[in-house]
Design a protein around this ligand. Structure first.
Ligand code: KG4
Ligand code: ZN
Length: 341
């Protein structure tokens, strides 16, 4: 172990994944353990916050142990403990925050609280060793749809966002409308491959006079109206065509706005982050549009797109080297804004 190397043990528990990772110098993942609760929440058609908290309590010790074991380290070997403290489900966040505080206290290690979305953005640093700010990042998750200028490490400027539903929320709601169940995003992604993306014209998720903002609640209503219309007329409808057409309308708008943001700011680097960036059509569309516009495109592997702790360890590293430390009064902040410390 080099004296100057920084090893961070990171914890993530903001939603339905209990995760822990050890990350070296912000970019090298030594372990990345994720315990998903998807099976249990599937029974209820979505994440049940109370169940999520209880599952985190059960899973957090074994997950953290496994992360240290796989990295061949003990708690004493790490330089700091990092944890997501918002945004997310309050009960779920509290499990990770309390655990991180207890470990930091017991081992006398510094504590670094991390913003969940900052983590998603930082997944790009792990996947692309050469990526450095400034760049534009399209953040698309279950709770967020943001266009962000990453001016420097840990310095974010939100230049576009959704006015209502997040992109992931739209995927999940439309999946429910066509009875695909939870989690909706991956299921729509799969079914859309069998459908015609030009079969149905759904409205574009745009906002008048705000070229970088989004509005996804209209598409979900349009899908429901389309299904009701078919049912009333006694017509058959193709769920694959609905999935493909809905996905195309979302992907087109996300792509257009991301490219507009790069052009407006004169930035030639575009990254994506968040669970929806696992979507195969979004990845393909952004890659193609970036190439056409001479923009370098960065996209993390799927395992780093959805919730994980390696991304938290990466974000924490850049805070740690700036000297950011949190006290034992660190609390969960369910609606923490990006850029707020
Ligand atoms: O980032 P994430 O794992 O959790 C949050 O921080 O919200 O994102 C979860 C969201 C869900 O809405 C899920 O349906 C969506 O990401 N998602 C996808 C795909 N995989 C996950 N959406 C579209 N296509 C996918 N392949
Ligand atoms: Zn997330």
């Amino acid at each position: 172990m080099d004296e100057k190397d920084v090893y961070i043990l990171a914890i993530e528990s903001s939603c339905d994944e209990t995760a822990a990772a050890v990350v070296k110098n912000g970019r090298e993942v030594l372990s990345n353990i994720i315990s998903s609760q998807i099976d249990i929440h599937t029974l209820y058609g979505g994440v049940v916050p109370e169940i999520a908290s209880r599952k985190h309590v059960e899973n957090i010790n074994p997950v953290v142990r496994e992360a240290l074991k796989e990295a061949q380290m003990t708690l004493n070997d790490v330089d700091a403990i990092a944890v997501t403290y918002g945004p997310g489900l309050v009960g779920a966040l509290l499990v990770g925050v309390a655990h991180a505080k207890a470990m930091a206290f017991a081992a006398d290690k510094p504590l670094v609280g991390v913003h969940h979305i900052e983590g998603h953005i930082s997944a790009n640093y792990i996947a692309n060793p050469s990526l450095e700010p400034p760049f534009i990042c399209l953040v698309v998750s279950g709770g967020h749809t943001h266009l962000v200028v990453v001016n420097d490490y840990g310095e974010y400027e939100v230049i576009g966002k959704t006015r209502d539903d997040a992109a992931g929320e739209a995927f999940d709601k439309v999946a429910r409308a066509i009875e695909l169940g939870y989690p909706g995003g991956p299921k729509i992604d799969k079914l859309a491959k069998e459908g015609n993306p030009d079969a149905i014209k759904f409205p574009k998720a745009v906002v008048n006079n705000a070229p970088l903002d989004f509005s996804f609640s209209g598409i979900k209503s349009a899908v429901l109206n389309y299904i009701n219309g078919c049912k009333m007329k006694g017509e058959e409808y193709s769920r694959a065509d609905i999935a493909a057409s809905f996905q195309k309308s979302v992907v087109d708008v996300l792509t257009e706005h991301a490219i507009t943001a790069c052009k407006e700011r004169g930035i030639k680097k575009l990254a994506i982050a968040g669970g929806v960036s696992a979507n195969s059509a979004i990845r393909a569309s952004l890659e193609q549009a970036s190439k056409k516009n001479n923009i370098e495109f960065f996209c993390p592997p799927i395992v780093l797109c959805t919730d994980n702790a390696a991304m938290i360890g990466s974000a924490a590293y850049y805070e740690y080297i700036k000297g950011v430390r949190h006290g034992y009064d660190l609390n969960a902040i369910p609606n923490l804004k990006l850029g707020e410390k």
